[in-house]
Design a binder for this molecule. Sequence first.
Ligand SMILES: [Zn+2]
Length: 215
Amino acid sequence: MPPSELISNNMHGLRVVTTPDYYHRQVQETPESELVNLAEFIPGIMLDIRYATAANLLGRPLYQQPAAYLRRPAATALRAVQAELATVGIGLKVFDAYRPYSATVAFYDHVRDETYAAPPWRGSRHNRGCAVDVTLVSLSTGESLMMPTDFDELTPAAHADFSQAPILALLNRAVLRAVMRRHYFQHCPDEWWHFDHKCWEDYDLLDLEFAALQA
Ligand SMILES: [Zn+2]
């Protein structure tokens, strides 16, 4: 590991990696910690990165470019999910994956509700590159399959146990959860689209733009 004096805890007492050099040295020492570009790594995966547009809860872009990255073990697991779904004509569409810590802070400042936004004093598993927000699409049409709500609709209908949605939405949600679980992605009780890969405890919180992840 790189020397610990190169990184200090932030104002909330959290260890957050903020320098590209530190991240790249970590990757040299531990190649598994690399954040992998999902569009290049997973054949046929679709992206709809809402935080790179104004079509999100904040009404303004949080990211400079639409991209989705995960740590290598999580990316490898998601690739296996995509391959398994493809056998029945379904694919994944990613709304968000790795999210810089500063975006989580901005999001929390807007929402002010720990049910739906990770607080700055804890950070998000998205900031570790181990959480992903996803839905299902038809591989033949590219259309999203019906789910109980849209992405980031912060209502009880988005909860994992909400049972009053149309049966097709409940079926699709169950398929997504079952396949993700088989590849060690844990679902979230409050957001049907959010999954944490089991590797999250192994990796630091990061606050680096996507462009800084390139070697
Ligand atoms: Zn999420």
